[in-house]
Design a protein around this ligand. Structure first.
Ligand code: ADP
Ligand code: ADP
Length: 229
């Protein structure tokens, strides 16, 4: 599960200036794919269309061979997990924040997800207010740590596809790399992972799509793209 195909997809926020121009590409299931390229190229728009935040203007998007417009919204949302650029957390424990939205998950599963996202040491603390349930003083979570909480929540949900939008992320490169590594390791060949990134510094993507001016300018593995330049 989790194969994604864009077939001649067009989309415009403004009809005079289409954001995606008949774009076509395939993402094999279970692979890690990086969308890179200049700001405004269309990376975030691709993620928004995949999640059906907007519907395509023309063409179609297939997941496992099925047009996503014909899939029930709740089934699509169950199959796709989104790790946003800026994670807003509840003013409650990290445990609560990970468990939220996955109420059937056991306490043990929450701990495992937290461990996988490397945020388990903060599980009893609150994100922002220096407080914990037991009254200890904790440290305020950094942007990268908040994103780890979002990753843990997504891991717990266990969707077939995970979208990670770092297109305009303010995280430092080291933190970004750690987060990408963590996610890629967890998802292995089981989950399709699509990462939108402003730089081409993605290291362990199986496929890199360079999105420029609403089209695929180049695609290939990291080594193939380096040989072409
Ligand atoms: P990237 O993620 O590669 O930076 P985007 O998908 O955000 O690119 O943007 C593609 C194009 O669509 C750009 O020209 C951008 O200005 C425009 N755009 C993106 N979001 C919106 C929006 N909500 N309303 C209008 N135009 C938008
Ligand atoms: P992102 O990578 O999240 O798309 P952007 O900088 O492209 O970041 O856009 C941030 C927000 O600003 C978008 O969610 C969109 O709503 C809005 N936006 C971006 N470009 C335009 C645009 N050309 N016209 C109107 N709104 C825009």
């Amino acid at each position: 599960e989790g194969a994604v195909v864009f077939e001649n997809v067009g989309f415009a926020y403004d009809p005079r200036n289409p954001a995606l121009k008949n774009i076509s590409f395939s993402i094999p299931k279970g692979k890690t794919v990086a969308l890179v390229g200049p700001s405004g190229g269309g990376k975030s728009t691709i993620l928004r269309l995949l999640f059906r935040f907007y519907d395509v203007g023309s063409g179609r998007i297939l997941i496992d061979g099925q047009d996503i417009r014909l899939v029930k919204q709740e089934s699509l949302r169950r199959n796709i997990g989104v790790v946003p650029q800026d994670t807003v957390l509840f003013n409650d424990t990290i445990f609560y924040n990970i468990h939220y939205g996955n109420i059937k998950a056991s306490e043990d599963d929450v701990y495992k997800a937290a461990k996988a996202a490397q945020i388990h040491d903060r599980i009893k603390t609150f994100p922002d207010d220096y407080q914990t349930r037991v009254g200890e003083r904790g440290l305020r979570l950094s942007g990268g740590e908040k994103q780890r909480v979002a990753i843990a929540r997504t891991i717990l949900k266990d969707p077939a596809i995970i979208l990670l939008d770092e297109a305009t992320s303010a995280l430092d490169t080291t933190t970004e790399r750690q987060i990408q590594h963590a996610l890629a390791n967890i998802t292995k060949d089981r989950t399709t992972l699509v990462i939108a990134h402003r730089l081409s510094t993605i290291i362990n993507a199986d496929l890199i799509l360079c999105i420029k001016d609403g089209q695929v300018a180049e695609q290939g593995t990291h080594d193939e793209l380096i040989q072409n330049t």
